[in-house]
Write a protein that binds this ligand. Structure first.
Ligand code: GUN
Length: 283
């Protein structure tokens, strides 16, 4: 059997078209959805990511402002800027790009963002809202993964899902989202003994470790859905995920590629959260 590919690029394009429609409707009411992206320092990867976020926003009609500050910016000045953005009703979403310079406490900075504008879904309030099933903003990567499962019409009820990775922004929220859909969820991680024993039971595997070949063919139940959140480089320098794609696609029922899988979905879900923030603010 060869797995069907879940095309993240195609689904993300459809989501962007939906966002564009919602943006047009808000603009017709005189509201311009506005995302402010704060970049401190000149980390090369962060510069690329934030540029993508601005371009994606502008292509879907959202206003995006990239605010750049030198790495020498003090934490208190950053907190003060966030306080001003929180109080600015023309700003609907605030995203502080991570990592921050070492002299800053990233947790403190994220907690300074108003939960109503936390389009990254990184605030403790956002995590808590997800946990208790209340409206909030869901982190973009796991939210995108869930949308991919919805796209293939996958009914999670009573299914075994294994999430590999326990980060606050992917693994843990992913587990909550799957649990919210009545899946039975196991969270594994780099310390898990006999990972294969867990994954072989799984109807859905979400791999979010950041290491190549964490999931190989002999770890996958035939027909399972395999979602690959990893972003790594292989020996030839080519982008690859956490899953041995060529091997696993012979066993799985569905699989997401890298690139062209979860990555574009993460970007699309930021737009969804931003338009949602603007809609909620405008009543
Ligand atoms: N750095 C890498 N990915 C992200 C992200 O999704 N959000 C923020 N704020 N910083 C990041």
């Amino acid at each position: 059997m060869t797995a069907q590919i879940i095309d993240g690029n195609a689904l993300a394009a459809r989501i962007r078209a939906e966002v564009q429609g919602r943006t047009d409707a808000l603009k017709a009411r005189g509201i311009v959805p506005h995302l402010v992206i704060v970049l401190v320092g000149d980390d090369p990867a962060s510069q690329v990511y934030t540029k993508h976020k601005v371009n994606d926003s502008e292509q879907t009609g959202l206003k995006a402002t990239l605010e750049r500050y030198p790495a020498t910016l003090s934490e208190s000045d950053l907190l003060e800027r966030i306080r001003v953005l929180n109080g600015d009703s023309s700003v609907h979403g605030i995203l502080v790009q991570l990592p921050l310079p070492k002299h800053m406490d990233a947790h403190k900075v994220i907690e300074a963002i108003s939960p109503a504008k936390d389009v990254d879904g990184f605030h403790v309030s956002s995590a808590g809202a997800l946990m208790v099933g209340q409206p909030g903003f869901w982190p973009c990567t796991p939210h995108g993964c869930l949308r991919m499962l919805d796209e293939i019409g996958y009914d999670l009820k009573g299914r075994n899902a294994v999430v590999i990775g326990r980060s606050n922004i992917v693994g843990k929220p992913m587990a909550m989202m799957l649990l919210g859909r009545n899946a039975t969820v196991t969270i594994c991680h780099s310390q898990t003994r006999d990972l294969r024993a867990h994954t072989l039971q799984a109807d859905v595997i979400v791999a979010a470790v950041g290491k190549r070949n964490v999931v190989t063919a002999e770890m996958v139940k035939p027909g399972a859905v395999v979602i690959d959140v990893g972003m790594n480089r292989n020996d030839a320098g080519k982008l690859c995920g956490d899953v041995d794609f060529e091997g696993v696609k012979q066993v799985a029922g569905w699989i997401t590629p890298v690139p062209g899988g979860v990555g574009p979905m993460t970007r699309a879900m930021l737009l969804v959260n931003t338009i949602e923030a603007a809609q909620r603010a405008s009543g």
